[in-house]
Design a protein around this ligand. Structure first.
Ligand SMILES: Nc1ncnc2c1ncn2[C@@H]1O[C@H](COP(=O)(O)OP(=O)(O)OP(=O)(O)O)[C@@H](O)[C@H]1O
Ligand SMILES: O=P(O)(O)OC[C@H]1O[C@H](OP(=O)(O)OP(=O)(O)O)[C@H](O)[C@@H]1O
Ligand SMILES: [Mg+2]
Length: 285
């Protein structure tokens, strides 16, 4: 435990807020119950959570006012704060992309001399400068998709999740994604790992594994055991236990959640019976 609580910044609103609170609750941390609370002390875990605007989180962490923060990779890069990514969290996935009307055949080089509207001028400016593309950036707070229709820009660079907002605005994406983003944990650059970080990382890894894996149980004859275990090798190795029924065994292993049904079908084909798949609530591997 630390002498003082670990100070962690969390998004107080927006796309990442709910999912961040959820992952921390699953990892055994207290979270605020009133969305107006600005700070919450989790005394049992010696952590103080500060609920801040998503855009400001990298700034606080970069200034070393806070030890850690949950934000988007795009927001970290846009801020140019002195902070670095510690862990990618596997939610809040988006792409940062160019779009314009009738632009499906364009490439980024076609942006030379144009006006590009964006809420991420730091990220976009650095990307364009690296490629020697000179364009005028029009900084907007949000609803960037309307900028072309309203005549303040020729193209936009914006966050895309499903793509439906761009489509509704009559814009087509073009070029390679400028950035593939997701929610990340950040810490100040050039500091030692704060005490308590390893425990947090272990817990978050446990939550992510529990989300991505399921447990499978089945019965199989001794003759088919090898074929079945090849289908479900588990993380290290499956657990095999004797059954009262002579010549039969019970097998238990972790499997990737996304492949559960395919693996159940394959087990069935090699003669496994009583195949059960269950969720994992938490784990440490
Ligand atoms: N569907 C989505 N739309 C926008 N951002 C998303 C989405 N899903 C995940 N994100 C991520 O969430 C972060 C943006 O958060 P948020 O929308 O809260 O910021 P904002 O647009 O600046 O705030 P606001 O919309 O409240 O003005 C980025 O890291 C972005 O990549
Ligand atoms: O690809 P989609 O699934 O349509 O999602 C992406 C859209 O959602 C976000 O807007 P937000 O609701 O945060 O409003 P804002 O543009 O004002 O930030 C983002 O800026 C895009 O406009
Ligand atoms: Mg937004």
């Amino acid at each position: 435990m630390t002498d003082r609580p670990l100070r962690i910044a969390l998004p107080n609103k927006g796309s990442l807020a709910e999912a961040t609170t959820h992952v921390l609750t699953e990892a055994g941390y207290r979270q605020r119950t009133d969305s107006k609370d600005l700070v919450l002390l989790d005394a049992a875990n010696q952590v103080e959570f500060y609920y801040l605007r998503p855009r400001d989180i990298a700034v606080y962490v970069g200034e070393r006012t806070l030890d850690l923060g949950f934000t988007g990779r795009d927001m970290l890069l846009d801020s140019a704060a002195a902070a670095e990514e510690v862990l990618a969290l596997g939610f809040g996935g988006t792409k940062f992309r160019f779009a314009a009307p009738g632009a499906s055949g364009w490439s980024a080089a076609d942006l030379h001399g144009t006006r590009i509207a964006t809420s991420y001028p730091g990220l976009l400016g650095a990307w364009l400068a690296e490629r020697g593309i000179e364009a005028r950036l029009i900084k907007l707070d949000g609803a960037v998709e309307s900028a072309v229709r309203l005549g303040v820009a020729d193209a936009v660079a914006d966050v895309v999740e499903t793509g439906s907002t761009l489509k509704r605005a009559g814009l087509e994406m073009f070029g390679e994604p400028i950035l593939v983003s997701e929610a990340i944990l950040i810490q100040p650059r050039g500091v030692e790992r704060p005490a308590g970080l390893d425990l947090l990382l272990r817990r978050l890894a446990g939550v992510m594994t529990a989300r991505n894996y399921k447990m499978i149980d089945y019965n199989v004859s001794e003759a088919r055991l090898e074929a079945a275990c090849a289908i479900t090798p588990g993380i290290d190795s499956p657990t095999v236990s004797p059954l009262a029924r002579d010549g039969w065994l019970a097998v238990r292993a972790m499997i990737p959640a996304a492949e559960a049904h395919r693996l159940m079908d394959e087990l069935w084909d090699v003669g496994a019976e009583g195949i059960l798949v269950t969720d994992i609530a938490a784990c440490r591997l």
